[in-house]
Design a protein around this ligand. Structure first.
Ligand code: ATP
Length: 626
């Protein structure tokens, strides 16, 4: 057996153990926790395929299915494809899965919502009674009012819906958090629902289970204890990659003795140098070390260290990339080649670097829009990305077929019924559509790039597309409510949109690519489970401005706060632990080479500490600007 083949089966015992667990006549639950790139997702897919091959007939006859839960829709699609859309397997995100269990239990949902809203209102009222008059108290009053209204409307709702995209914000719709909390509670308190789950899905496999909402995980562990041989819970994950606050702390310790615990020790993804680095990062947490494949390349790692204040971070990052090209001989590092995945600490940093901050920034700062904004969902966003953008692109290149298809899809001007009833006027209607497109094209190719507001007005004037409610206030020249921008509040939806509409239209395409995950940018958190040839990790505590993560504390240039020390003493998760895990996740995405651009509050001390801890050698740290 050659080394490479031996590597492929190095951890084969883990897959054998899982195979033994997945016997429908007497299942056994298991917990496969192993480091980055060890092939957990691969094992999951292989295990399901193998089960379907062996006992698929039984599944078909009993109408039972294997359930697979993944963290993102993208991961769902990937696994579905790898399983060739096998109808005996249901692959979904945790939210969709939870909803599939509780949908239709409308009376129970209503009761739960009623009690939950009542508790939330009581809590808000309590805060209101104790707090002073302030902006927060005004918001609390609004919140109390809207929750009270929602509660009063509950009896009239006959069927609740769940809207994963957020486009649907009607009274009968439930949000993500509610669906998870309800499912956890129903699974704990309703024996009927437990039986239903076990009868429908004798096997439930969860990828990235370190980040599964803890209440739901507790509920599922409860079901497993009640049905140990009828219900197999298979958990795949890595405690070192828990990066969302919702995941269950101490999951490993909560796993019953009777479960199988297969292990994997080889990293199939990263080059040797990256594996040594991630082993070091991990050493101070749980000491689990991985080994590389025998055919793994050496790989290159560099830390570009710079003070926080530099004239241009983009220029510095471009020169770091050029230096990587020189060091590795890999020209795909060169700026402009699109060969590098740049991972910023948070979305605004990506927006700044990729060039869509004027549009994104104001909307992102308006908290209630965040989830929708990052998923590209919502009618206002859809107007720009799904309606205007395809038409604009087609107009600029003069693609007549694409122009016609973009207009036909949703423009009221070419609405079939309207055209049919237009009779003699049909020609005139078509001429209007053409004039509207010509006008739009003229705006798009003008020397001065058009703002979103200018395009919005053109569309409204020409009736090219329907203007969604949320954008209506910005159509007239003077804001409808008479408010001028000065006293307009950025912390309202209207205020956020008003600012975002100043952005040039060119930002929409970049925003759209970013949220569809097809740009060269992402965040440290957003790339779980994925892999890229060349990775550039950009770190700047200042620019990220968050309190959840602190590279300064991890690297030791910044002192721990009292809260950190208290948390540490009490054995709680600290910002250092969280940052270490994040750093582990980002570095372990690299398949060939890894650059870390670190803007530090104290580059000298950072350098000394990193060398002393053995994370980087002296020669691997380059001080920037050179
Ligand atoms: N036994 C194997 N033989 C060959 N290649 C493998 C093997 N196991 C995994 N790989 C490859 O290694 C890479 C990482 O695998 P996978 O994504 O399944 O790991 P993971 O443990 O889920 O990673 P992470 O926790 O970092 O998301 C993939 O490209 C996969 O195809």
């Amino acid at each position: 057996m050659t080394g490479v083949i031996a590597d492929d089966v190095f951890d084969a015992e883990a897959d054998e153990i899982i195979r033994g667990c997945l016997d429908l006549t007497a299942v056994r639950s298991f917990f496969l926790y192993a480091g980055a790139g060890s092939g957990k997702t691969r094992s999951l897919v292989q295990a399901v395929r193998d089960l379907c091959r062996r006992q698929g007939r039984q599944l078909t006859l009993t109408g039972q299915k294997v359930a697979v839960i993944t963290y993102t829709n993208a991961a769902c699609d990937e696994i579905l494809q790898r399983l060739e859309f096998d109808p005996r397997v249901d692959v979904s995100t945790i939210h969709a899965f939870a909803w599939s269990l509780i949908r239709g239990y409308d009376a129970d949902i209503r009761r739960w919502l009623d009690a939950n809203l009542l508790a939330e209102i009581a809590e808000l009222e309590d805060k209101q009674a104790r707090g002073r008059a302030s902006k927060a108290s005004v918001e609390r009053a609004q919140s109390i009012e809207s929750k009270t209204r929602r509660r009063q409307g509950l009896p009239a709702i006959t069927r609740f819906v769940y809207s994963p995209t957020g486009d649907n914000r009607t009274r009968d719709s439930l949000n993500h958090a509610e669906v998870i909390a309800m499912t956890a509670e129903f699974l704990t308190s309703k024996p009927g629902l437990r039986r239903l789950l076990v009868a429908r899905y004798p096997v439930l496999l969860i990828d990235e289970s370190q980040d599964t909402a803890r209440r739901l995980m507790d509920a599922l562990l409860g079901v497993q204890v009640a049905f140990p041989t009828q219900f197999c819970l298979g958990l795949f994950g890595d405690t070192m990659q828990r990066i969302y606050a919702d995941g269950k702390v101490g999951l490993a310790e909560a796993i019953p003795e009777a479960w199988a615990r297969p292990r994997k020790a080889m990293n199939h993804r990263c080059p040797k140098r990256v594996i040594t680095l991630i082993n070091k990062i991990r050493a101070e947490a749980d000491g689990q070390a991985q080994r590389p494949r025998s055919n793994a390349q050496e790989g290159t790692v560099r830390l570009f260290l710079s003070p926080e204040a530099v004239p241009s971070k983009s220029a510095l990052e471009a020169s770091a990339a050029a230096r990587m090209a020189e060091l590795t001989g890999d020209e795909a590092w060169l700026p402009g080649r699109d060969g590098v995945k740049t991972l910023a600490l948070e979305h605004l940093m990506s927006a700044r670097r990729f060039g869509f901050e004027r549009f994104f920034g104001p909307l992102y700062r308006y908290e209630p829009m965040r989830t929708g904004l990052l998923g590209g969902n919502g009618s206002g966003l859809g107007f720009f990305t799904r309606e205007l953008l395809p038409l604009a692109n087609a107009l600029v290149v003069g693609d007549r077929f694409a122009i016609a298809s973009a207009i036909r899809r949703s423009s009221p001007l070419l609405d079939r019924q309207r055209l049919a009833t237009a009779g003699q006027q049909q020609q005139a209607e078509l001429a209007r559509a053409k004039a509207a497109c010509d006008g739009l094209r003229a705006l798009l190719v003008a020397a001065e790039p058009p703002s979103l507001r200018a395009l919005l007005r053109h569309v409204a004037e020409t009736n090219l597309f329907v203007i969604p409610d949320v954008l209506q206030p910005f159509v007239p020249d003077v804001p409808a409510d008479g408010a001028d921008a000065e006293d307009d509040d950025a912390s309202t939806e209207g205020g956020a949109w008003r600012r975002a509409l100043d952005a040039p239209f060119s930002e929409i395409e970049r925003y759209d690519r970013y949220v569809r995950g097809v740009s060269q940018f992402d965040t440290h958190q957003g790339v779980k489970g994925r892999e890229f040839d060349r990775v550039m990790v950009v770190i700047s505590d200042d620019e990220a401005g968050g309190f959840l993560f602190s590279y300064g504390k991890l690297i030791g240039t910044k002192a721990k706060t009292r809260t950190d020390i208290e948390n540490e003493t009490a054995g709680n998760d600290t910002s250092i632990d969280r940052t270490r895990r994040l750093f582990y996740v980002t570095c372990s995405r690299a398949e060939k080479s890894l650059a870390i651009v670190y803007y530090s509050d104290n580059p000298g001390l950072a350098r000394a500490n990193l060398i002393e801890r053995g994370w980087f050698t002296d020669g691997e740290i380059e001080v920037m600007p050179a």
